[in-house]
Design a protein around this ligand. Structure first.
Ligand code: SAH
Length: 390
């Protein structure tokens, strides 16, 4: 500990630290201080009082990510306790699924690290040089504590650029099968760990896919379908499902998934969902369940006005297409847009469509993606189920 660099917070920084938020921006450090990228630093106030230990970033505006507010040693035993805790939690939180998130960054005490487990094929996203340096401790622990079949680094996310880290995808242990299949409740999915979006699947929507399927009947529309996530679950209950997605590659996997599950009642359509919805309204189509799961429109605060307009347009059209008694499952994964703002724009969308609706449920990400109470940014996913009454 004695050899660790020390970083001192400004008074404003200390006030922010008191809220318990685990991130400190560079503006909140006393000027003129630095450490090396990825150093574990001791954090103090101007009087020299100990505030905690954090990963230091040399390049990002987000200068410090707290590991602990206590002076404990950060060694292999520290990581082992956190990994054990993360795994014990997943054993309680995840049911009937062979793919789940094992480590969700700060919410599990691992700033900058995501670990997803696809039936023993483990995928890491390393988003900070601090956690990157700790991999020598972490990887042997994964082998010792978990039934690991392979380990892949999916280090191709743009956020790594902010930390000056190179982009790469690499399997560092074992082999990823070309035909990896996982179970999600009653549905099986093929997973392409090396080329799929994120680490292969959108695991955060697992419970919402099943919650949506519970309302499936008649005709279902799944917009932004990716590899058929919501569509496959819904098709087990519905007469017909129309799934719309812009990526031809994703649709190819989606069709394979339908065959794998013996489902023949899904029409796969390659289109821009904005155009599809507009045309469907003009054609007078109607559906009993509509799912909207677009990518994040508000990547930053500056995007908010355009994002709100985008969400409002999509949802207005969805309300226009719902039969009375039909259910809309509408999602936003933009953390720059909070639940109240989302509900406000849904209210406007329903009004613009001359529809009255009741909220059935407001949901978040699946339980294996727990939000850290002190870090609102970790509660990014909003999933609202609303029924059109008239
Ligand atoms: N619902 C999916 C995840 C959706 S991710 C699941 O449960 O697995 C968002 C998807 O929207 C991506 O596959 C992306 O290719 C697609 N997409 C993005 N913009 C689009 C657009 N304008 N029209 C259609 N699809 C789009």
């Amino acid at each position: 500990m004695a050899t660790r660099p020390t970083i001192v917070l400004s008074r404003k920084g200390v006030t922010w630290w008191r809220t318990g938020h685990p991130w400190i921006y560079r503006d909140d450090l006393l000027p003129g201080q630095s450490a090396a990228a990825g150093d574990i630093v001791t954090v103090q106030d101007e009087q020299g009082r100990f505030l905690g230990q954090a990963f230091y970033s040399a390049t990002s505006r987000l200068a410090l990510r707290f590991l602990t507010m206590s002076a404990e040693p950060i060694d292999s035993a520290f990581w082992e306790a956190r990994l054990q805790q993360a795994w014990a939690y997943r054993r309680r939180a995840v049911a009937a699924a062979t793919a789940y998130r094992l480590i969700y960054a700060e919410a599990d005490g691992f700033p900058g690290l995501i670990v997803d487990n696809y039936d023993g094929h483990v995928v890491l996203q390393v988003h900070h040089p601090g956690i990157s340096r700790c991999l020598d401790d972490l990887l042997p622990l994964c082998h010792r504590l978990l039934p690991v079949k392979s380990i892949t680094l999916r280090n191709d996310s743009d956020v790594r650029r902010l930390e000056g880290l190179p982009l790469e995808v690499q399997t560092i242990f074992g082999q990823v099968p070309t035909d990896l299949i996982i179970q999600e409740g009653p549905v099986q999915f093929r997973v392409d760990i090396l080329r799929g979006q994120k680490t292969g699947l959108f695991l955060d929507q697992r419970e919402n896919r099943q919650a949506a399927a519970a309302w499936a009947q008649g005709e279902v529309l799944d917009c932004f379908s990716y590899q058929g996530g919501f569509a496959l679950h819904a098709a087990r209950q519905a007469r017909r499902v129309v799934a719309v997605e812009s990526s031809a590659f994703s649709l190819q996997v989606a069709k394979d998934n339908a065959r794998l599950n013996g489902l023949e009642n899904i029409d796969w359509i390659q289109a821009n969902c904005f155009d599809f919805l507009k045309n469907a309204v003009h054609a007078g189509e109607h559906y009993d369940l509509i799912i909207l799961d677009p990518p994040a429109f508000a990547k930053s605060r500056a995007d908010r006005p355009a994002a709100i307009k985008g969400y409002r347009d999509l949802n207005r059209r969805a309300f226009q297409l719902l039969r009375p008694g039909g259910v809309l499952v509408t999602n936003s994964c933009s953390y720059n847009l909070d639940l109240n703002t989302f509900l406000d724009l849904l209210r406007q969308a329903a009004r613009d469509a001359h529809r009255s609706a009741r909220i059935i449920a407001c949901r978040g990400a699946a339980k294996d993606h727990p939000a850290l109470l002190a870090l609102p940014e970790s509660a990014y996913l909003k999933c609202v189920l609303a029924m059109a009454i008239s």
